[in-house]
Design a binder for this molecule. Sequence first.
Ligand code: CO8
Length: 261
Amino acid sequence: MAYQNILVTREENIGIVTFNRPKVLNALNHTTMEELSAAVDELAADSGVRCIILTGAGERAFVAGADINELHALASAGAAAEFAAWGQSILFKIENLSKPVIAAINGYALGGGCELSMACDIRIAADSAKLGQPEIDLGILPGYGGTQRLPRLVGEGRAKWLILSGERISAQEALRIGLVDFVVPAAELLNAAKDLARIIANKAPLAVAWAKRSINVGTETDLVTACAYEASQFGLVCSTEDRVEGTSAFLEKRPAHFKGK
Ligand code: CO8
């Protein structure tokens, strides 16, 4: 598919999606969301891709939010609710993808941009990045899962602080409260994301996919049920050729060659 608002590239076994509307700080309009959804499908179906990075073009923004022109033009409560639910379904697709997704936050990650990063598995931020949920300043509230994922990540009080005040925080503050996982110098961001993606991409793909699923399912349920689910996934992963390869390689003191089988 030809994309207008994003770039989709591949490096070794890593897929990179770059939001590419730098003039509007990579704001997410309807077309960009449609393209993001298509790119995720494309990279999911590509067996050569084992890990995905999302980032923004230019030095200023990862994604500065949903496109406010489109929010301004929303005609009815029903249309707005539907628009939000549709966007949420794309973020769920990222969250539930069998391949890990890393957000490389190179600048502003505001509103829908912060929400998008929270649907990713791991967030690495440039030291110059700014994050926040400033929807309150527009007379609205987060609609791409921010009221739900933010408290799960940083706790209810901090989520209420950020969502009710609209305050934008530094990458260091985001690290302190657990909104991002790593902060690196801006010039090193993409390489840091690629280094991590490469490490993950060379692990056993089914073990990676099912470990991700076990964490996702488990963190949304009680501990006993979650551990039972983990045991079922452990059983499943032990039926793979990669389990035989990984354990044999260790015992034979050689590198493992995983096939995703
Ligand atoms: N939408 C559309 N255009 C934008 C956006 C945006 N979110 N953000 C920036 N732009 C545009 C600006 O209008 C400006 O355009 P122009 O050059 O034509 O005037 C250009 O990008 C550059 O921006 P600024 O001149 O404002 O740059 P500054 O450095 O002065 O400020 C900021 C940078 C602080 C990032 C500022 O642009 C800003 O506050 N942007 C808006 C951030 C925001 O409020 N984001 C949340 C949007 S709401 C949202 O994401 C809801 C998600 C859920 C929706 C669910 C239903 C669809």
